[in-house]
Design a protein around this ligand. Structure first.
Ligand code: UDP
Length: 338
């Protein structure tokens, strides 16, 4: 398939591009570089040994998106093009709704006009909200507690409604748990433009000396060591999950499929920190501070549906995640060049 990777210059998108090419697919990247750098293209070309087609385009722009579908033959879309910082979404809700739903609308319009029926959507485990359980399975009701989360709940609903109206559509809603890690080459990885919101990039910046210490948000949760517990999944496993989902949609008889992409294992903040200390071979300073508002104590995926239906399993360990993140951070202390 020739796959349009919307937001393909970003963290998860770029790793998925590598796996798509390795699986024999052709890729077209579209990105506005609002949270990524064009320099990723050269890195992708080094890793894959292939020329990468990349368009600088604002996917909220309906006409520009339509032109892209006119210029490039596209068989399927993987939609990563969205803002993703929870805290920022609370401060700038209009930006989040406008961008995350705007990219969805123009992609769906263009797909309809050009007869493209296959789309894989970057959703999130955040759609489970506080489900009153730690193990999240796909049948749970969805909800949200911040604008970012609502854009994922709404994005899923829009896709269900569109598929309902166009039965030839094939939609995968992929609910990610906590993506971390980097390509083992150390050439591509997560490059937060600001102070990292997420745990792993923050730990990596402490290890490289860009931040003094990690603040651990809460040490008195009812968990194995009092710190929060999450399902960290290596971005390479997540990327192969997209390829598996894309291929499964080709043989699916239902229009919409929802799959959790996680390992099924709960790992605590302190466990992740200690794994990183092993990878970097140094002690990392931390302080336990107040809980972060809105955080849940502990949750992880029930990945059995993806395991069975996609014949896909997460294979990488927490140590792999830390070793690969550390290699990326060491080789690129300031992220991608401008
Ligand atoms: N966390 C932390 N310090 C940080 C960032 C995150 O202690 O600087 C904790 C957070 O409270 C949660 C876990 O790490 O328990 C994962 O947070 P992250 O923001 O990476 O992902 P989330 O699970 O919120 O999507």
């Amino acid at each position: 398939m020739r796959v349009l990777v919307a937001g393909g210059a970003g963290y998860i998108g770029s790793h998925t591009v590598v796996k798509l090419i390795e699986a024999g697919h052709d890729v077209v990247i579209a990105d506005d570089f609002s949270n990524s750098k064009p320099a990723v293209r050269e890195r992708l070309e080094t890793i894959t040994g292939r020329k990468i087609t990349m368009h600088a385009v604002d996917l909220c722009d309906r006409d520009a998106t339509d032109h892209l579908f006119t210029d490039e033959k596209i068989d399927a879309v993987i939609h990563f093009a969205g803002f993703k910082a929870v805290g920022e979404s609370v401060a700038k809700p209009i930006d989040y709704y406008e961008n995350n739903l705007g990219t969805m609308f123009s992609l769906l319009r263009a797909m309809e006009r050009h007869g493209v029926n296959i789309i894989v959507f970057s959703s999130s485990a955040t759609v489970y909200g506080d489900a009153g359980t730690s193990v999240m399975h796909e049948e749970l009701a969805t909800t949200a507690v911040n604008p970012y989360g609502w854009t994922k709940v709404m994005g899923e609903q829009i896709l269900r409604d569109v598929a309902n109206a166009r039965p030839q559509m094939r939609v995968a809603l992929l609910r990610y748990f906590n993506p971390v890690g980097a390509h083992p080459s150390g050439l591509i990885g997560e490059d937060p433009s600001d102070v990292p919101n997420n745990l792993m990039p923050f730990i990596a910046q402490v290890a490289i000396g860009r931040r003094e210490k990690l603040n651990i948000f809460g040490g008195d949760y009812d968990t194995k060591d009092g710190t929060g517990v999450r399902d960290f999944i290596h971005v390479e496993d997540l990327a192969t999950g997209h390829v598996a989902a894309l291929e499964a949609l080709g043989r699916a008889d239902e229009p919409v499929k929802t799959w959790n992409l996680g390992t099924g294992n709960g790992v605590s903040v302190l466990e992740l920190l200690h794994a990183f200390e092993r990878a970097a071979d140094k002690k990392l300073p931390y302080e336990i501070v107040a809980r972060r508002p809105g955080d849940l104590a502990a949750y992880w995926a029930d990945p059995s549906l993806a395991n069975e239906e996609l014949r896909w399993h997460a294979t990488k360990t927490v140590d792999d995640m830390c070793v690969d993140t550390w290699r990326w951070q060491k080789n690129n202390p300031d992220g991608y060049p401008d």
